[in-house]
Write a protein of this length. Structure first.
Lengths: 166, 258
């Protein structure tokens, strides 16, 4: 069991930021993102220690995350709220102008991303933020690699349009 | 109305913009505490599960075995509860808690590094730049809050570990083997003390910087011609300074002109 715990500890360290960010970009609330991310890893750990046949832990965790977000909106019928606290503590070494510029850019992209098709948003996050390969994304979504490429292309186009018009 | 800067945005620019979202990260102390909670739950769950399975097995026995099994169960229960720690449970529990504690040591080291960075920035901040001082003061508050949260949780874990270490063991001499504070515990206790000290020093330095900034600004603004409302705010700032509330004084000064 100690060995399993050690292995899962590494998995946790490797994916916690990615899963949190993935969920946060869908729910736009720090509190909800923290709750759902905890739940992802609790479920992940339960399956892991019970010896479930997990072929790809990354795909497995993202699938739990996706389902939890869907359940969250289905059960609570919650309206998306924007939390002002989503960015980590400001790096004090940045001067205020630099900080303002970065925050503004981040807010713009985040807003634009939250307004594109959900399926496109997911593939963009996985491909460009988490740097997953096309085949890995295809595995998570259970789709063909071609379908993922199309979604990615359309997603970028839609995002660019949103950034142009916002 | 479109933003002209995006019209010629290349895919590379777009991807660079998407990557700014990498700055979204969970709170570090939340990450550590959640990990500790998730991986720490396991022992309790395992213990209650095996107990449930044991009872399920008993009820499945044939009637002929019920009486001896019931007696065995009663005797077993008495033995179990009176010698709970003899069943090596305490030792297993202690090992689990030690693993949790060891997992928190790098977190405390990281916390100390963050505190040092904030402190470095604080030292560089100039009293002539009150907005910068205010910004860093906020960082100090966040760092101190996060640090105290981690320390409180770590202390709880150390306290929870001690009874497990000191619990009587089944075999003679075993309790002696682990009665002394072990290295991971000693390390974590040292880290806690150092972190607490670092936080306290950081808070004091921050307060001192805010005080110096307010003193500088009060001296400067004294010579300005202020409107009625600003004059009122300035008086309130001076009052806050006299009362030792330097944060309040700084905020009031920064409101002048709005």
């Amino acid at each position: 069991m100690a060995n399993l715990r050690k292995q899962f500890s590494k998995i946790y360290d490797q994916y916690i930021n990615k899963i949190y960010r993935f969920i946060f970009l869908k729910v736009s609330s720090q509190e909800v993102a923290e709750d759902l991310t905890s739940e992802v890893f609790i479920r992940g750990w339960d399956s892991f220690r019970q010896g479930a046949d997990i072929k790809n832990i990354q795909a497995f965790l993202y699938q739990i995350a996706r389902n939890l977000v869907i359940d969250h909106y289905r059960q609570k019928s919650q309206v998306k709220t924007i939390s002002a606290e989503f960015v980590q503590m400001v790096d004090p070494r940045l001067n205020l102008e630099e900080k303002a510029k970065i925050d503004s850019e981040l807010d713009q992209v985040k807003f634009a991303l939250s307004n594109i098709n959900e399926d496109y948003r997911e593939v963009i996050i996985w491909r460009y933020l988490d740097q997953l390969s096309i085949s890995e994304i295809a595995e998570i979504l259970d789709k063909s690699e071609g379908a993922v490429r199309v979604a990615l292309h359309r997603g970028l186009k839609e995002l660019r349009n949103k950034l142009n018009t916002d | 109305m479109g933003n002209p800067s995006y019209i010629k945005m290349t895919e590379k620019d777009l991807i660079r913009k998407i990557r700014t979202l990498r700055r979204i990260e969970p709170r570090k102390n939340w990450v550590l505490l959640t990990k500790s909670r998730i991986l720490g739950q396991d022992l309790e769950a395992k213990r209650s599960l095996s107990f449930r399975e044991f009872f399920r097995f008993q009820f499945a026995l044939k009637p002929a075995f019920v009486l001896p099994v019931a007696l065995l169960l009663i005797a077993g229960s008495i033995f179990y509860f009176s010698n709970l720690k003899d069943l090596k449970t305490a030792q297993v529990e202690y090992q689990q808690k030690l693993i949790q504690l060891q997992g928190l040591t790098p977190a405390l080291v990281q916390l100390q590094t963050n505190i040092s960075q904030v402190r470095e920035s604080l030292e560089k901040a100039e009293v002539k730049n009150p907005k910068q001082v205010l910004e860093i003061r906020k960082s100090v508050e966040s760092a101190a809050l996060a640090g105290k949260e981690v320390i409180a949780e770590t202390k709880k874990m150390v306290e929870a570990t001690s009874p497990a270490r000191l619990a009587p063991q089944g075999e003679a001499g075993e309790s002696e083997k682990i009665a002394k504070t072990t290295e991971p515990e000693a390390q974590i206790l040292t880290s806690i003390t150092e972190t607490e000290k670092a936080i306290e020093e950081l808070e004091n330095s921050s307060q001192q910087k805010v005080k110096e900034t307010v003193e500088y600004l009060l001296g400067e603004i004294e010579h300005w011609a202020l409107g009625e409302i600003d004059q009122q705010r300035f008086e309130e700032a001076k009052e806050a300074y006299r009362n030792g509330d330097y944060n309040q004084a700084l905020e009031k000064i920064l409101f002048l002109g709005y």
